[in-house]
Each structure stands twice: as structure tokens, then as C-alpha cells.
Ligand binder design. Structure first.
Ligand code: GDP
Length: 362
């Protein structure tokens, strides 16, 4: 499954956020290296469409889709040279599909800041520099290999040298690979290197309660991210952690009291989902209404394969109803009567919200 790595300097609130996300009881202590092993949490993706579908179909159960978050041990300056838990940290990031970078935008004198003061932009830079340094080392090695291989006149290796030189130049000037404009075929040559700064990245600004407005620290992060074309999700991790302890009913009351419609974590999860460029489709039977995750652009057989690999192999057709049609027509029969029920073949590209029944051979 695709997963998002939660990274950031020590004591910015990563574990607090991760715990709230997974409701797992992992110690969040005022201690830089308390999260040594990466912790993986499977987090349901909030989707109001599920309840609407359940209201129509009245199934026995409703199953949301999920994405994985990994809490990655704190990075310190010098990680790319092996400081702190540097190498381990970088190896874990290498395995992620996207990065959620938590930055501290809350003041609290009791909680040590590794650099001595709360300065989110410098935090972003410290991590950014470490990731760029790590990528420079990777690219340098790959470049040497490719230069050797290109001596034989191999076309692909010559291309590889060209792309690696370009990327190396960008990194040297402090540009993350995701911000270097590369045509798809060039980007494809880099894929096997799993470059850290090539991964889609968003920022999670951890603010204090009431720190969503008129917060200069948050505004700094937002300005920085805008410049990068990145998304910022402001949350108060400590508040979310408390909220996650409550029963669902109490949660709703509590949120209403302070004028929020939903936990801030929902925004984090949805932003991560978008960052990974994922779509949701639904299956809607009387046994179960369920959401499934596919990459944007997936075809019907690929979508079927998410349920079971046999569904992909034996794919015949997909019966498809768009979410809006399903709701407007109050279910499958209504959609059929209204001519909104479609039979699609193996080349059909799935749309977000499609309600699907697959026909397949076993
Ligand atoms: P990590 O090292 O980045 O994983 O940070 P932790 O999640 O362990 O948090 C470090 C300390 O900051 C803990 O004592 C948390 O309770 C505290 N903390 C985390 N988020 C917030 C927040 O939003 N507001 C305040 N005031 N404290 C927080």
C-alpha cells in the first residue's frame, strides 16, 4: 500500500500527530529520540459519500479505504553524514511514497526546541538541506556508474548521464528534485534512485490551540510553501491527540462547541490522499458498502485488481454508475431506469466516485 512518511525535527509534534492519527499509544515524550523505529499506522480516509451511499443501500457494514502513515524518527542537522539516527532516517524516507513534513509553529517554553528557538523556516531548511545532501550523494554515485557505462556508446546510458548532470546541477544550487522541471521520460530514468527530494511533499504546521489565525509563524510557512507550490495543513496536534481519545458522540459535541465541523486530522488525511494523486471508487452491495483506493488514471481492470488480483486477471466488464447519478436516482435500479448505468470495458479509465460492480471469470 502507498504510504506517507511523517518527518520533521525532534519535538515538533510528529509522534503526537501520528498517535492521534492511529489512536495507537506510542509514547510522545519530551525527548528527541523517543521514536526510534518507524511506526506504521493504517488510517481510514474520511469520506462523507460513504454515509450517503449507506443511507441508500442500507448495507450490513460500511468500510472506508485507508492510507498508511509512517512515523519516522527525528532528523537532526548532519543526518546525511550519519549524525543522530541519520542513515536510518534517510533509509526509511526512501521507502515512502510521499512526505508530510511537520514543522513546529507552537510556542511552549517547557518543550525543548533542538535549535533553541521556534523558527519553522529554519526547520524546513535544515531538513531540506539534509535531504538534498543525501540526494547529491546518490546522484553522484549514479553519475559515475552511468559515465562508465556510457563509454560503450550505449544510448540509454548517455541519456542517463545527461539527466543526472542536470539534476546534480539543480541539487547543487539547492533545488529539490521535485522542483526541477523534467519531462516524464527523464523523470523515469531517475525513478530507480528513489530520490528523497523527488517525493511529493506537503507541510503540516503544528500550531497551538487558537493558533490558526494571526499566527506569524504559520504565515511564514504558508508563504514559503506557496512559493514551492506545496500544500500546508495547519493542525494543533495536541488538541487532535485529546480529541482522538473521545468517543464519537463526545467528539462531535466537542467540535461543535469550538465551531469546527470535523477533526483537523481529516484534513491531513485528505491532503495526503491528494498528494499521492489517489482516487476513490465504491462497491455498494447489501452486505457491504466499501471505498477502494486507486491511483488517478487507473483502468477498470487495475481497479478490479485492488479488490483481488483474480478480478484483474479475469476481468470481463465493469458495471459503472457515477456517484452523483447513484445518489440522484436513489440506487442502482433507479440509475438503470434513468439510463445512467454503463457497461465499460478494459480500457475504461476510472473516475473518482464511480460505483462499480465487476464482472469477471474465475
Ligand atoms: P516529535 O519528537 O516530533 O515526535 O514530537 P512529540 O510528538 O514527541 O512532541 C514533543 C512534545 O511537544 C510533547 O511533549 C508534546 O506533548 C508536545 N506537543 C506536540 N504538539 C503540540 C502542540 O500542538 N501544542 C503544544 N503546546 N505542545 C505540543
Amino acid at each position: 500500500a502507498l504510504h506517507v512518511g511523517i518527518v520533521g525535527l525532534p519535538n515538533v509534534g510528529k509522534s503526537t500527530l501520528f498517535n492521534a492519527l492511529t489512536k495507537a499509544a506510542i509514547a510522545a515524550e519530551n525527548y528527541p529520540f523517543c521514536t526510534i523505529d518507524p511506526n506504521v499506522g493504517v488510517v481510514p480516509v474520511p469520506d462523507p459519500r460513504l454515509e450517503v451511499l449507506a443511507g441508500i443501500v442500507k448495507p450490513e457494514r460500511v468500510v472506508p479505504t485507508a492510507i498508511e502513515f509512517v512515523d519516522i524518527a527525528g532528523l537532526v542537522a548532519g543526518a546525511s553524514k550519519g549524525e543522530g539516527l541519520g542513515n536510518q532516517f534517510l533509509a526509511h524516507i526512501r521507502e515512502t511514497d510521499a512526505i508530510a513534513h511537520v514543522v513546529r509553529c507552537f510556542e511552549n517554553d517547557d518543550i525543548v526546541h533542538v535549535a533553541g528557538k521556534v523558527d519553522p523556516l529554519s526547520d524546513i531548511e535544515v531538513i531540506g538541506v539534509e535531504l538534498i545532501l543525501a540526494d547529491m550523494a546518490t546522484v553522484e554515485k549514479a553519475l559515475q556508474r552511468a559515465q562508465k557505462a556510457a563509454k560503450s556508446g550505449n544510448k540509454e546510458e548517455i541519456e542517463r548521464v545527461r539527466v543526472l548532470e542536470l539534476v546534480s546541477k539543480g541539487l547543487n544550487s539547492g533545488t529539490p528534485v521535485r522542483a526541477i522541471p523534467l519531462p516524464p521520460e527523464d523523470a523515469a530514468l531517475l525513478r530507480e534512485l528513489h530520490l528523497l527530494t523527488a517525493k511529493p511533499t506537503m507541510y503540516i504546521a503544528n500550531v497551538q490551540e487558537g493558533g490558526f489565525d494571526n499566527n506569524p509563524l504559520l504565515e511564514q510557512v504558508e508563504a514559503f510553501a506557496r512559493n514551492e507550490g506545496a500544500v500546508v495543513v495547519p493542525v494543533c496536534a495536541a488538541f487532535e491527540a485529546e480529541l482522538s481519545q473521545l468517543e464519537d458522540e463526545d467528539k462531535a459535541d466537542f467540535l461543535a462547541e469550538i465551531g469546527f465541523e470535523e477533526p483537523g486530522l481529516n484534513r491531513v488525511v485528505r491532503a495526503a490522499y491528494r498528494l499521492l494523486n489517489l482516487f476513490t471508487y465504491f462497491t455498494a452491495g447489501v452486505k457491504e458498502v466499501r471505498a477502494w483506493t486507486i491511483p488517478a488514471g487507473a483502468t477498470a481492470p487495475q481497479a478490479a485488481g485492488v479488490i483481488h488480483s483474480d478480478f484483474e486477471k479475469g476481468f470481463i466488464r465493469a458495471e459503472v454508475i457515477a456517484y452523483e447519478d447513484f445518489v440522484a436516482c436513489q440506487g442502482e435500479q433507479g440509475a438503470k431506469d434513468a439510463g445512467k448505468w454503463r457497461l465499460e470495458g478494459k480500457d475504461y479509465v476510472m473516475r473518482d466516485g464511480d460505483i462499480v460492480h465487476f464482472r469477471f471469470n474465475v
